[in-house]
Design a protein around this ligand. Structure first.
Ligand SMILES: [Zn+2]
Length: 500
């Protein structure tokens, strides 16, 4: 891998701060896609050993490196945190192998990006900053614990495995933010549920088949993009099919899912497909006309937020499973239409009253991430987020009530804790605010929330903040780091460490 490593290092050698960019180029050589952090962990252990720094690697793969205070008598420890893994995404046709190949840098003006892949600035920028701090001989700082977690991008399994006794620090600086000058100081809790609705199939039914596809939706992240008001493909499909049934189009529902597009609890669904069995040959054509009427309705409703919606009906196809009975079908469509979707409530505090609508923080939301018809049941999966615990519980309570009303059962699958705004502000938050940083909350889960909650359960409070340089296009092959934002970010970070 020498060749690429050399050219990456060559490309950043004139950039400042030089230690940051030297480590940023060095870790670009190390494969570290989520689920594959072994080599990165080895690198961190070797880094600590080469510098005689205390270190542990826990069973989850998290690495903690300790450094003594330098140039200060402060004994109150600071935890610096970044995640080892990166999202593995590339352009179609790219031959990049994330298990083996180094990331190749490309410089474009003030931006550093990769050649057809994610750059790994999320969270390579955080890793490089911490390594540069631990490597420096001239920085003033209190006792440091560098916490390098694994697999943040999939399910935060690394952060969730950290136990309070592993950490001594009283302050947490997480380096996984993507906006220079804007620090995160609160995050939302989340809960995933699956609603299982038993269905009965009408055995022996026969008839011509048809396929309905609703596509062209933008989708997006169910937390940070939920306020954009985009459509949910499953909800549109349920509205369309319920209307077709109400108008007397005789059809049974054989299959219902997202089609070939992958679904995820934390993604707004962008496509829905249904396979129908008609009672007579003459149904596909009128249903096609109804589809174009609904396409017009949907495009009008979403003309700003989601303007490319398509609804299409095609006759034929097969073979298909037997259709579910009309009563099962109507219950499934009702459950999808009644499911809370999108923003349930915006945060309204004194500050929010003065803000323009687009700047409001979402307080509670729900995403119906997948809806799938199996042999004897339909499975609906939801991810509910909220920064006020009681309102999040009220929303999941409504989903539970809905499940009962339609004859289904709700199961809680997963939960991640929120990070509530500290009143009054902690010291590290005030130090960044004093340097002109805006302190904001985010409607998504952060590792900070997980760590703050773990220490809270152990009776300790953690003064926490999340900061970083400018990164755009995260999680896509467009991911890029704004070179000019690194120096001021670095300056504020090391100044804050000296003040702590
Ligand atoms: Zn990240």
């Amino acid at each position: 891998m020498g060749g690429t490593g050399e050219s990456n290092r060559e490309l950043v050698k004139d950039l400042a701060p030089s230690a940051f960019f030297r480590f940023f180029a060095e870790i670009a050589d190390i494969p570290r896609a989520s689920g594959n952090c072994g080599a990165m962990g080895d690198y961190l252990v070797a880094f600590a050993e080469a510098r005689n720094l205390g270190h542990v690697r826990d069973a989850a793969g998290n690495v903690i490196v300790r450094a003594k205070a330098r140039g200060t008598a402060s004994t109150s420890g600071v935890i610096l945190q970044a995640h080892q893994d990166m999202v593995a995404n590339k352009i179609p046709g790219s031959g990049h192998d994330f298990a083996r190949d180094p990331i190749r840098f490309v410089r474009e003006g003030d931006w550093l990006r990769a050649d057809g892949t994610t750059l790994g600035a999320d969270n390579g920028a955080g890793l490089a900053a911490i390594l540069a701090i631990l490597d420096a001989a001239d920085l003033v700082h209190p006792p440091l614990e560098a916490l390098f977690t694994v697999d943040e991008e999939t399910a935060m399994t690394g952060a969730l495995a950290v136990r309070a006794h592993q950490l001594r620090g009283e302050t947490l600086i997480n380096l996984d933010s993507e906006d220079y000058g804007v620090a995160l100081v609160s995050s939302a809790a989340g809960a995933t549920h699956s609603l299982r609705l038993p269905v009965l199939r009408a055995g022996g039914a026969e008839g011509p088949l048809g396929r309905v596809v609703i596509g062209g939706l933008k989708g997006g992240h169910s937390g940070t993009e939920i306020a954009r008001g985009r459509a949910n493909a499953f909800v549109l499909m349920a509205r369309f099919l319920a209307d077709a049934a109400a108008r007397g189009v005789g059809f049974g529902l054989c299959a219902f899912d997202g089609g070939p597009v992958p679904v995820a609890d934390n993604a707004i669904p962008s496509r829905a497909e249904a396979v129908l069995m008609f009672d007579t040959e003459r149904r596909a054509e009128p249903l096609g006309r109804l589809a174009s009427e609904w396409e017009t309705v949907f495009r009008n409703e979403y003309r700003v937020a989601d303007s490319g919606i398509r609804v299409s009906v095609a006759a034929g196809g097969g073979p298909a499973p037997a259709p579910i009975r009309a009563k099962s079908r109507d219950r499934l469509l009702a459950a999808i239409r009644l499911m809370p979707f999108g923003v349930v409530r915006f945060a309204r505090d004194g500050e929010a009253e003065k803000k323009p609508y687009r700047d409001l923080l979402v307080e509670t939301s729900n995403n119906l991430g997948s809806a799938r018809l199996e042999t004897d049941a339909a499975i609906l999966r939801t991810l509910t987020r909220g920064s006020v615990r009681s309102r999040l519980e009220e929303t999941t309570g409504r989903i539970e009530t809905l499940a009962k009303l339609v004859g289904g059962a709700l199961r809680k699958e997963n939960h991640f804790p929120g990070w509530e705004t500290a009143h009054p502000r902690g010291r590290v938050q005030r130090l960044f605010a004093d340097k002109g940083w805006k302190l904001v909350g985010v409607h998504a889960g952060l590792e900070c929330g997980v760590l703050v909650e773990e220490l809270r359960r152990a009776g300790r409070t953690l003064d926490a903040i999340s900061v970083g340089p400018d990164i755009a296009g995260g999680h896509t092959p467009e991911e890029r780091l704004r070179i000019g934002s690194v120096e001021p970010f670095w300056r504020d970070l090391v100044a804050t460490l000296a003040e702590l």
